[in-house]
Design a protein around this ligand. Sequence first.
Ligand code: TRP
Length: 362
Amino acid sequence: MAKIILTGDRPTGRLHIGHYVGSLRERVQLQNSGVYDKVFIMIADAQALTDNADNPEKIRQNIIEVALDYLACGLDPKKSVIFIQSQIPQLCELSFYYMNLVTVSRLQRNPTVKAEIQARNFETSIPVGFFTYPISQAADITAFQATTVPVGEDQMPMLEQTREIVRKFNTTYGETLTEPEILLSGNETCQRLPGTDGKAKMSKSIGNCIYLSETADEIKKKVMNMYTDPDHIRVADPGKIEGNTVFTYLDAFCTDDHFKRYLPDYNNLDELKAHYQRGGLGDVKVKKFLYAILMEYLEPIKKRRTEFEKDIPAVYKMLQEGSVKAEAVAAETLAAVKKAMRINYFDDTELIKGQIKRFQKK
Ligand code: TRP
């Protein structure tokens, strides 16, 4: 069986370093690994509209930002099909048929939907489109017969929901769709990189993100203001590692090689942590080390982004070409789905023959 990747992001803002360690970095590796026959990367604008219906302009503005971030990180349209969800009408058709295979109570139990409804104060007035987006996500994944979906762990319930839809479809109408596997990237820290203020998640509205497209000055300011251990006041004081955001980021980004390059007094992160816990190691020194590491990752990304920004029409053209390719694949799956459901009336010569017989006057 062909190995096929599908994944994507909602274009609600520029991508940040949480996206990078949580998915982008690994996505590029998967793309370049040679293991996968096809890689589809989707900008999920239609899904973003399910809770931004009053602000389509925000989505419109951010599609290009996400596309630039993708290219800057090394996603390559020669190796991956990068496309825009709303340009693939087959996804809506598939969703419409899958909706009949899912109950309202099953959607209400979806933990991601539950949490998001709470976070958006949607308790009393959930848009139907938002409520059903797990079904549309199943369409996204199955339309490309994806075997592998590399995403963050927050997407686990979406994958489970997709797998249920696939099983239900296949038992009801015959084997047609592929059951996908989730592929979690990185370690736990990478999956849940907190904001620079130490709060649970990076969020644009709180302003605690470090974006991939940020300038060196902005990054430096954000690192220097990062939340550490509030009780670590003097350098001599012993410091805490748990909940210390600077160390959490080091867990996600730092390798032993970084010590050789920027902090040769230590061999590895364990030694640095031990010194911090003993006392005698100041926050500024650790923050400068983190800044050097972040810049090592972000500088080449930023440089490539600046190059792509010089030819915006080419980026749109890339997205359009990707969308044409993606549509062709989704159309094949939709045809197979309609055939399995036996709603492909005009291609079905057996149907017409049968009806001729039924109406033949003897
Ligand atoms: N729900 C994903 C997110 O919020 C975006 C997404 C939409 C997606 N469709 C998908 C991810 C299909 C993987 C596969 O980031």
